[in-house]
Write a protein that binds this ligand. Sequence first.
Ligand code: IPM
Ligand code: MG
Length: 369
Amino acid sequence: MSKTYKILLLPGDGIGPEILAQARKVLEALSQRFDFSLEFSEALLGGVAIAATGDPCPPETLEAASGCDAILLAAIGDPRYDTVDPDKPRPEEGLLRLRKTLEVYANLRPVRVFAALRDASPLKEERLGDVDLLIVRELCGGLYFGKRERFYDQAGAGTAGAPGQCAYDTMDYQEYEIERIARIAFEQARQRSGKLHSVDKANVLETSRMWREIVHRVAVDYPDVELIDILVDNAAMQLVKNPSQFDVMVTENTFGDILSDEASMLAGSLGMLASASLGDGVGLYEPSHGSAPKMAGLDKANPLATILSAELMLRSSFGENEAADALIAAIEAVLAAGWRTYDIADDATPIEKIVGTAQMGNLVRRSLL
Ligand code: IPM
Ligand code: MG
């Protein structure tokens, strides 16, 4: 009997609906070719959810999320709700609440450089080396979820006596949060090249000193993995200077957010960077890029990060490795044939090889059938 997987689609904002439609197309093609069926449902998250309900992550969305086998999310962020007013809802809050509710604390962001796209990276060929790395980003703690406040300090205490606005965000971590992400990273490193860089700012931050201590304690259970500590500022520099020294990098939430955008350029574009957000329950798969509101509706966005997120879903949530391998091969074939979306094209790309969002989706789909 063939298996049926229930996938919840969250198109979100901006380019979200366009890129998600391509991933769906590709998944449907895979279900025709392989022995599984798919059942799709859709829910609101982000700016679209604020527009419809006033809430960026409505209860119906959380309910739908708990009743599916995996979630594929496209993009969140809408300039209509860009506000500096702390009392107004923001689209991004919806995503953070979803991640926290699902407790998907491990965000895996593989930076895979497709051979055909080596030219698309701003890094020189010899610097790029044989880069292939995985960023393991802690996703449910740190600055993103710490206590924060904005207030007017009438007395001016601690502000050189002058009254004025004050704001703070706190970065806090508990032992178990670091331990569980460290274990995921060591497991990944064990399956890959046996090398793990732990990225922190232990020369300044207390959370980082605790991070380092706990990561080293966990390391005792993984004697086959080489553990290297690196400070985050140095890691940012080394990613550009000598990226192929890295294999698996594990880091806290904010550092991982920043470093993964940086690392995505090794693969040529943020439009190529997929991610899997995993915990003990249902997995959430999301490209690492935003909603690119200026590109929305123009059929210009690169759908490959979302399609590659679907590939991670096939592997991690469904164990459909053969289908996932076929999908990678299809993307490789399309890129090798010279097809490019705008973000990965360059001056040498013939104009007739530059395609829009839907056509890129069609090309991958066709290559699968
Ligand atoms: C990401 C994004 C999100 C984040 C935003 C949209 C809240 O930048 O997934 O990297 O900061 O986590
Ligand atoms: Mg980000």
